[in-house]
Design a binder for this molecule. Structure first.
Ligand SMILES: [Zn+2]
Length: 257
């Protein structure tokens, strides 16, 4: 048992590196730029980053949050997203172990993290990242089905994603017809599908409820300005994903006494 810390360390480092890539996704997809090419460069002076400028967390710290060439301030968002994603991968690995399901689940939550940061800044999210999250959530259910030998798991995830997305789409359409205003975008419908694929239907509704509670205080504080909802949906989804059993037991006790 001497080297038990190596695997979690590798997982956390992998999470940090993926977090670094998420920063590229967050910066480039809303601008319609390619995420793979060209390599990382300073958005102000255009200078290409060397490998040692690209080390998650550490580079930002030793550069003092400034571009190595033109000293332009680098947003605190960069180390923040890296740190959150490293922690996220570690926590999910502790729950799921070294499985294919873990890899797809971690990718799903990473995509939700990128969507949250983009929604926070633009109040809109790119379809490409949104569909990526839905696809990896369904693939996670497929991997779970495969290593448990029970294929109904995959079918149930697919069914629940379709019901949640379809139900929300219908609701938005009805509200739109009744009020003459567009209530929700297509993006919310896809996020709902991802949530239901991860959590199943009862879990999806609980996560919506948790998200709404989390959003109350920021909504009151923001008053007239818009509040992005995807970050709260993502947080609600993560909370229910990690603590589904105790949350469900508490709800049952509360409802049925
Ligand atoms: Zn620069």
């Amino acid at each position: 048992m001497m080297y038990t810390w190596i695997l979690p360390l590798v997982v956390a480092l992998l999470g940090l590196m993926v977090g670094s890539f998420l920063n590229v996704v967050i910066h480039r997809t809303p601008r319609g730029e390619n995420v793979a090419w060209p390599g990382s460069h300073c958005p102000r002076c255009g200078e290409s980053l060397r490998w040692f400028h690209n080390i998650p967390l550490l580079s930002w710290l030793f550069l003092g949050g400034k571009c190595a060439f033109c000293k332009e301030t680098i947003s605190f968002r960069y180390p923040l997203i890296e740190g959150i994603n490293g922690l996220l991968w570690l926590v999910l690995w502790i729950k799921l172990g070294t499985t294919l399901e873990f890899l797809f689940i971690a990718m799903t939550f990473s995509a939700l993290l990128a969507l949250s940061a983009i929604d926070f800044e633009y109040f809109a999210v790119p379809d490409s990242v949104n569909f990526f999250a839905l696809a990896t959530a369904l693939l996670a259910a497929g991997a779970h089905a495969w290593h448990s030998g029970d294929w109904s798991i995959a079918l149930i995830a697919l069914r629940d994603a379709a019901i949640a997305a379809g139900g929300l789409w219908l609701l938005a359409w009805l509200i739109g017809k009744a009020t003459g205003k567009e209530a929700m975008g297509g993006a919310d419908v896809i996020v709902a599908g991802t949530m239901a694929a991860l959590l199943g239907l009862p879990g999806f509704f609980v996560a919506l409820f948790v998200s709404a509670i989390l959003a109350i205080v920021p909504s009151l504080l923001a008053k007239d300005t818009m509040v992005p909802f995807v970050p709260f949906l993502a947080m609600g989804t993560l909370i229910v994903y990690l603590f589904e059993t105790p949350i469900m037991q508490a709800l049952e006790r509360y409802i049925y006494g």
